[in-house]
Design a protein. Structure first.
Length: 201
C-alpha cells in the first residue's frame, strides 16, 4: 500500500485555515483521481517534510493540474469566481478561480508536463496526488531557464530551486530532465541550473 502524508503542514494557523477552507469547497467540483497538487504548495510540503524551513511569505494561491478541462465541473462557479478561463486549444487550457471567502487564488493547468513521479497526501476523506520533489525541481528550473534575460523572473523561483536542491536525489532529477526532452533550453539539468543562476545575476 502506498504511504500517504498529511497535506497541510508547515503553515501558520491562519494560512492553514485558508487552505483548508479553499480545498474543502473546491474538491467536490474536481475529479480528484485525475488531479495533482503542484507548485508552491508541493514545494513547501516537500521541504517541511525534509525538515527545511520555508521562507516566510504571504500565502495567496494554489496550483493544480488536471488531465482534462472536463475534470473541473462547470458548477464550480457556484462557489468560486472565475477570474480567467483560457479554453482548450491543442490540449492546453488554463483556469483561474478565486475563493471570495479565503481570498485564495487557484491556478488550474493542463496536464503538461505529465507527472514523472508523485506521492499521495491526505486531505479530509481524499487521497490526493502531489508532484514529487525531483519532478517539481525539474519543472521549477525549466520555468526559469526558458525565460529570456529580457523578462522578469519571480525571485522566489530561484530561492525555491536552491531549497529543493538540498533535499532531492539529483541523479533521479537529472533522469527526469533527460526524459522530458524539452524542446526549449539546455540538454542537462545542471546546465539549466547554471543558466538560471546567470539569469538571476
Amino acid at each position: 500500500m502506498e504511504k500517504s502524508y498529511q497535506l497541510i503542514t508547515g503553515f501558520s494557523i491562519s494560512d492553514a485555515k485558508r487552505i483548508k477552507t479553499h480545498l474543502t469547497k473546491l474538491l467536490p467540483y474536481i475529479n480528484t483521481k485525475k488531479m495533482a497538487i503542484v507548485g508552491g504548495l508541493a514545494i513547501r510540503f516537500h521541504l517541511t517534510k525534509a525538515g527545511i524551513s520555508y521562507p516566510v511569505r504571504p500565502f495567496n494561491d494554489l496550483d493544480l493540474m488536471v488531465q482534462d478541462v472536463s475534470d473541473v465541473s462547470s458548477d464550480v462557479s457556484e462557489e468560486f469566481l472565475v477570474y480567467h478561463y483560457h479554453p482548450p486549444k491543442d490540449g492546453s487550457f488554463y483556469i483561474v478561480l478565486v475563493d471570495p471567502v479565503s481570498k485564495t487564488k487557484l491556478d488550474i493547468f493542463n496536464w503538461d508536463p505529465p507527472l514523472e513521479e508523485s506521492i499521495i497526501v491526505d486531505f479530509n476523506r481524499y487521497k490526493l496526488k502531489m508532484r514529487g520533489a525531483e519532478d517539481q525541481l525539474v519543472k521549477t528550473v525549466y520555468d526559469i531557464q526558458r525565460i529570456s534575460k529580457d523578462k522578469k523572473v519571480d525571485p522566489k523561483q530561484f530561492e525555491d530551486t536552491k531549497l529543493l536542491m538540498q533535499i532531492v536525489d539529483f541523479k533521479k532529477a537529472g533522469k527526469i530532465w533527460r526524459k522530458r526532452n524539452f524542446k526549449e533550453g539546455t540538454s542537462t539539468l545542471q546546465e539549466a541550473i547554471e543558466r538560471a543562476n546567470e539569469i538571476a545575476k
